[in-house]
Design a protein around this ligand. Structure first.
Ligand SMILES: NC(=O)C1=CN([C@@H]2O[C@H](COP(=O)(O)OP(=O)(O)OC[C@H]3O[C@@H](n4cnc5c(N)ncnc54)[C@H](OP(=O)(O)O)[C@@H]3O)[C@@H](O)[C@H]2O)C=CC1
Ligand SMILES: O=C(O)CCC(=O)C(=O)O
Length: 527
């Protein structure tokens, strides 16, 4: 498929009349063909108008039809074949195996949401039948279902050009909920975005859906994203990226005459707690595994283990020796964009220059746009005194905080901002210590994991990829897994409606055979 550099507005492809820009080959810094042209305010307006027009018919599509559409998107992405992978490798600098895996995750995610839609449980149908004889007052007939919130603006992420971008988790969950999507391509991978966007556009056509179900807009700066969030027809926003970007979108959304929710996944340093018995028994092994997780994808994961907490002692020394030795042999790897590389180098330089910080290890030096891994240490006292030490350095850098005792580990955790994940490395003898940390971890993070690292989020029904601010803008939700659909739904009650006016999901006799709560009791069809 030829990449044209056009915006995809409903069924049309339209060359923007805004600023032109080219994708940059991450490994060389060279420009790639073709030239892309940013959308104009008129393009944003048209995409939003089409999305608003599509909203009512799309949200009332039969569940089976909507599920088939999500599957058609998955198939169309696979049908792009190697061209998608090759373009994505060039634009992102990420290796083939990673991108093939990410494509599998993207397709799997769409298919999982197809299953969620088919099952219909997300509608949370409830029926409280009327009780006309109830005293002192009769009870009305009340029925509830979740409906889609409206058109959703989705911002593609630089670090997951497939799984968190044009047809990634935010788009899949919004489409599953019944919301049209207007996606804003990340300028780091516009060609990848166009290819995937055309796959979604083709699936919309193939399934006979209204064209406004999906549009893709291009921009090399912030105006298009700002206009999209400000547009009165947009009802919610999905974003993965920097804290600065996420907060700017939250502010733009809050400043609207009608504010809307922004679901932004932002910065996280993902504390890893090494408990004493585990450290003593296998500190060196944990150190080697940590080096692998830290440098995965050149460290460009929001789940990257950026902070290690442990009690001083021979176990920690073994961990640090092994981690440092492993890191010293790790090749520098290409980062996503020159800007992200520059930000990484600046973050590492700031840690190196901090008198309270010791540089323990550096990976092998690299060439153009390549990030060199870095491991630092500091004391708990210094960490608690300097909040800049708790800021995310996006890339393969991590800071070890040496603590005198477990109480200090707990005190450090208490002082952290909200995080996506926390990992505990423990043996059975550490269970009491771990139990004591659970309340603070539950308050601080979205996912607690044991004897592993948070990178590589499983897409499933029990996953939370979220956490308190600033890990995300709204810690009550997740951006990965089937629960993500709830970000784009809102409940509506129907009181005393005649049967003929009720949505099918709420009709008497449960014609859609849904999991429902009837008069307070869960009814499972076929059970
Ligand atoms: N924790 C995490 O998961 C991640 C963190 N990051 C962090 O973000 C830094 C920059 O990376 P990047 O991916 O470009 O993230 P950004 O947050 O800068 O950008 C993400 C998207 O949001 C748009 N955007 C940013 N700011 C605004 C704004 N004020 N108004 C409207 N739209 C806006 C960008 O548009 P445009 O680019 O066109 O300006 C882009 O499409 C990294 O160095 C890293 O620190 C990045 C990825 C993931
Ligand atoms: O670790 C993962 O698989 C997902 C990470 C992520 O969401 C991110 O880096 O933005």
């Amino acid at each position: 498929m030829r990449i044209t550099g056009e915006n995809l507005i409903g069924a049309a492809s339209r060359r923007g009349e805004g600023e032109t820009f080219r994708a940059v080959e991450a490994a060389t810094g060279n420009s790639l063909e073709p030239a892309f042209a940013a959308a104009t305010p008129a393009d944003v307006d048209r995409a939003c108008a089409l999305a608003a027009e599509a909203f009512d018919p799309y949200r009332e599509t039969a569940l089976e039809d909507r599920a088939r559409f999500l599957e058609a998107v998955a198939e169309a992405i696979l049908a792009l074949g190697d061209e998608l992978i090759v373009r994505c490798m060039a634009e992102s600098g990420l290796p083939r195996a990673r991108l093939e895996g990410e494509r599998g995750r993207t397709v799997g995610q769409l298919k999982m949401f197809a299953g969620v839609v088919r099952d219909g449980g997300f509608l949370e149908a409830r029926v409280d039948p009327a009780q006309p004889e109830r005293k002192p007052l009769p009870r009305p007939d009340l029925r509830l279902r979740q409906i889609a919130v409206g058109p959703v603006a989705v911002f593609g992420a630089s670090n997951f050009p497939l799984a968190f971008s044009v047809a990634g988790g935010d788009t899949a969950s919004a489409l599953a909920a019944g919301c049209p999507v207007v996606a804003k391509a990340h300028p780091a991978h516009p060609g990848t975005s166009e290819l995937v966007g055309r796959a979604v556009q083709a699936a919309v056509k193939q399934c006979g859906l209204p064209e406004g179900v999906f549009s893709l807009l291009l921009d090399a700066g912030i105006p298009v994203g700002q206009a999209l969030v400000a547009d009165p027809r947009i009802a919610a926003v999905g974003f993965t990226g920097s804290r600065r970007g996420g907060v700017a979108l939250m502010q733009a959304a809050a400043a609207r005459p009608v504010p809307i929710p922004v679901y932004a996944e932002m910065s996280s340093i993902n504390p890893v707690v090494l408990l004493p018995a585990a450290l003593e028994a296998r500190g060196r092994d944990i150190g080697r595994a940590f080096a692998g997780s830290l440098t995965l994808g050149s460290g460009q994961f929001c789940t990257n283990p950026g902070l290690i907490l442990a009690v001083e002692g021979p176990g920690l020394d073994g961990f640090l020796d092994a981690a440092s030795a492993a890191l010293a042999e790790i090749q520098a790897a290409t980062m996503l964009t020159p800007g992200i590389h520059r930000a990484y180098c600046a973050g590492v330089a700031a840690l190196e220059a901090n008198p309270a910080v010791t540089t323990l290890a550096r990976g092998l030096a690299g060439g153009t746009n390549q990030g060199q891994a870095a491991l630092f240490s500091t004391t708990a006292q210094a960490f608690l005194a300097d909040h800049t030490l708790a800021e995310e350095v996006f890339g393969a850098a991590s800071l070890v905080v040496r603590c005198p005792d477990l109480a200090t580990i707990r005190a450090v955790l208490e002082r952290l901002e909200g995080q996506l994940t926390a990992a505990l490395h423990l043996d059975e003898a550490d269970h009491d210590a771990a139990r004591a940390l659970m309340p603070v971890l539950e308050r601080r993070v979205g996912r607690i994991l044991v004897n592993g690292f948070g990178t590589g989020v499983e897409v499933g029904h029990a996953m939370v990829h979220g956490g308190p601010y600033p890990a995300t803008s709204d810690g009550r939700t997740t951006s990965v897994g089937s629960l993500a659909i709830h970000r784009f739904l809102r409940p509506v009650s129907y009181q005393d409606l005649p049967e003929a006016l009720l949505p099918a999901a709420l009709r008497t006799g449960n014609p859609l055979k849904l999991w429902r709560r009837e008069d307070g009791k869960v009814v499972v069809p076929g059970a």
